[in-house]
Design a protein around this ligand. Sequence first.
Ligand SMILES: NC(=O)c1ccc[n+]([C@@H]2O[C@H](COP(=O)([O-])OP(=O)(O)OC[C@H]3O[C@@H](n4cnc5c(N)ncnc54)[C@H](OP(=O)(O)O)[C@@H]3O)[C@@H](O)[C@H]2O)c1
Length: 336
Amino acid sequence: MTMRTRNLGTTGPQVSALGLGCMGMSGMYGETDRAESIATIHAALEAGVTLLDTGDFYGMGHNELLISEALRTAPAALRENALVSVKFGAQRDPDGAWLGYDARPAAVKTWATYSLQRLGVDHIDVYRPARLDPQVPIEETVGAIAELVEKGYVRHIGLSEVGPETIRRAAATAPIADLQIEYSLISRGPEREILPVLRELGISVTAYGVLSRGLISGHLTAGRSLAADDFRAHSPRFQGENLQHNLTLVEALRKIAEQKGVTVAQIAIAWVLSRGDDLVPLIGARTRERLDEALGALDVTLDAADLAAVEDAVPADAAAGERYPTHQMAMLDSER
Ligand SMILES: NC(=O)c1ccc[n+]([C@@H]2O[C@H](COP(=O)([O-])OP(=O)(O)OC[C@H]3O[C@@H](n4cnc5c(N)ncnc54)[C@H](OP(=O)(O)O)[C@@H]3O)[C@@H](O)[C@H]2O)c1
């Protein structure tokens, strides 16, 4: 398989058509295996994946240290091709509770300094606030990152989960490479207002939750028990009747997948890939087995009849339950 590439916006870097999202390797989805996580990152790099996505608050430094070790122990040629995208701003206590966001200019520079240390690099490839800090105008946050770009500590600026007005204000302040936002067969909100603005401004999307955190991967069953600190234990889409309903959508998708001789996860990823060359799905694989399956989506072509069948099986807005618990939905500028 030859890895295809896509550009992150008109001003950003060229990256592999699929990126590896490393969050699940630091506890957000239950137990993890450090050796397997590192082997997964190495396997992704070997397969031509060049974009690794993290956040400084994923395990409060754990994820960046993991990526640092994986890069240090990877063959030099692969390490040199790797681009690391880092989110900052989320504040948490030692128990993992979410305390809010800090994206004031001094905080931006401080977070970046910690990240450079933990990652063991002299620059961060794409740097972005995880959420809009409601106390801080986006111009100030982006302006601080732009200063880091000028000094060579950051290469490109990204955004995460912000809406049209914030995107326009950010882009008027400095060049923006990409917006990171949840986008999948069952999270199609960005199509209404956000994607048109991004396309007008030449900004790409790094799409997360393409498998809706495993919900539409075809591997999740209603009986699976989730640890209390697993995000999904509190996510509306994974609860009771919502879960039952959402899994019926997966079964409808499975019929199409079986007819094509592919898996449900591959259809879901291929569908996002089919929505435009300006979209780069971030795959949340935590094992080499899941990674292999996800990479297989690059070989899945969905023709017009396939796309119609997929839309029929999973119509827009078919999902039951919001994509975050209420208090976290309130932090999403993209949902205003
Ligand atoms: N900007 C933001 O606000 C934001 C928010 C969330 C995530 N992100 C980024 O986006 C990345 C991806 O998000 P996500 O982890 O929620 O995405 P996802 O790909 O929708 O879900 C990942 C989960 O799906 C399950 N899965 C089943 N089959 C899979 C397969 N073939 N390949 C990959 N996963 C499979 C895995 O769980 P099991 O291993 O249990 O099967 C995995 O933990 C994150 O790692 C993070 O970097 C950003």
